[in-house]
Design a protein around this ligand. Structure first.
Ligand SMILES: [Zn+2]
Length: 408
């Protein structure tokens, strides 16, 4: 065997386990494994989890705070200022900022990621041309999917549809849009599905975002998913409006979403920051109730979305900290709910973006993170710095933290 991890605690299982890895794959898990390995990693009773899967992030607009004006902090300002900044993006500039996120993410334990890449008449194909080479360059550390993304609308931006098709032809993995910024959101949704069918690719929408009075677009997406036979191939980010539904309405739409095989991602860092700006007191949270949706059979995840831009000024790309945030916002209070919360950043997030079998079992890829924690609750509680990251059986990152106290 190539790598043996000894005395590891695993999510959802009691006792300690040895894990044998060969040719990038987990080949055995047992309380005590015989045989030597080229490398042995003694977990000493610490927790090993599946690699973190950041199912929704924007590499092309990370780290923009030093070049934008921010006064109101509103969504409208974020959209406008980011569009202004986008005009000066170059391939080298996008790659520099994207590398910073990718390398941090790998060190934190992210072994798979879906990044949206903006394509529109302003940025043209610069974003996709910048990120396509990084998909290969960083394959040693993470599996990167690129979702071609119309942030500015489609029907209101002549030429966008042709550019989206060109970006898919260049090698985009997934096609998506933000229908809420389009004056004809239903047509926007249909165009995205048309391109998905043309290229036989999965769909990813930024949907039912904000807290205005516009009707839910989720029923439209459900109908198109069923009509085109795209069950299991549609992922939706934000879905903040679901937080405003009463339990009966939520149960009905969650059941229909599950039946259509549509996944939902909560993006708490952005949504807590952006939602309910008109509330003068007792401010609503506006985060998709991922745990309730999961109870109705919806595949759910939690993801980063943005790193230090006007949509999300705070954060460092550590998905484990998003679990901490989600668990707090959704008031998850049992060990079982914490394990589910972690699954939303690992196994379930992977399933949401079309990566099956991302759990710790023989036959699966050895994408793992050893954390300085002895339980999932502790891992989510503290997001420990000390981590060892394994991608396809190879140690790709190790982080530690040195603290020194000078007592008098
Ligand atoms: Zn997003």
């Amino acid at each position: 065997m190539d790598l043996k991890i000894t005395q590891a605690r695993l999510p959802g299982r009691s006792h300690q386990w040895d894990i044998a890895i060969a040719n990038g794959t987990i080949i055995d898990i047992a309380p005590s494994l015989l045989g030597t390995a080229i490398t042995t990693l003694d977990a000493q009773g610490s927790l090993v989890i599946p690699g973190l899967v950041d199912a929704h992030i924007h590499l092309d607009k990370a780290f923009l705070l030093d070049r934008v004006q921010w006064e109101t902090g509103t969504f409208t300002e974020a959209l406008q200022e980011t569009a202004n900044a986008k005009r000066s993006f170059t391939i080298a500039d996008i790659q520099t900022r994207a590398r910073r996120v990718l390398e941090q993410a790998i060190a934190f334990g992210t072994t798979a990621m879906r990044s949206h890449v903006e394509v529109d008449p302003m940025i043209q194909l610069t974003g996709i041309k910048a990120l396509l080479p990084l998909r290969d360059e960083y394959a040693w550390g993470l599996t990167l999917q690129l979702a071609v993304f119309a942030q500015e609308g489609i029907t209101n931006q002549p030429g966008t549809k042709a550019l989206l098709r060109q970006a898919m032809a260049l090698g985009g993995d997934v096609i998506g849009s933000a229908p809420y910024v389009d004056p004809d959101p239903e047509q926007n949704i249909r165009i995205v599905f048309d391109i998905a069918q043309e290229f036989d690719r999965d769909v990813d929408f930024h949907l039912d975002f904000l807290d205005d009075d516009a009707p839910l677009l989720l029923p439209v997406v459900i109908a198109e998913t069923l009509k085109r036979g795209w069950q299991g191939r549609v992922c939706l980010g934000h879905m903040t409006k679901l937080a405003g539904l009463d339990p009966v309405e939520l149960a009905a739409i969650a059941t229909a979403t599950a039946a259509a095989g549509i996944s939902v991602l909560a993006l708490p860092a952005t949504d807590l920051y952006m939602m309910a700006r008109r509330d003068t007191h007792n401010v609503r949270r506006g985060v998709a109730p991922a745990h309730t949706l999961a109870a109705f059979g919806v595949t759910t995840g939690v993801a980063t979305n943005n790193v230090q831009n006007l949509f999300t000024p705070f954060g460092d790309g550590d998905l484990l900290k998003m679990c901490t945030l989600l668990a707090q916002v959704l008031q998850l209070n049992t060990a079982e709910s914490h394990e589910h919360c972690l699954a939303m950043a690992t196994t379930d997030a992977a399933r949401a973006i079309g990566l099956p079998n991302h759990h710790i079992a023989p036959g699966n890829a050895a994408d793992l993170v050893l954390l300085n924690a002895t339980s999932v609750t502790e891992a989510i509680g503290a997001a420990p710095t000390q981590r060892t990251v394994i991608k396809q059986g190879r140690i790709v990152a190790q982080s530690s933290c040195q603290q020194t106290l000078f007592a008098s």
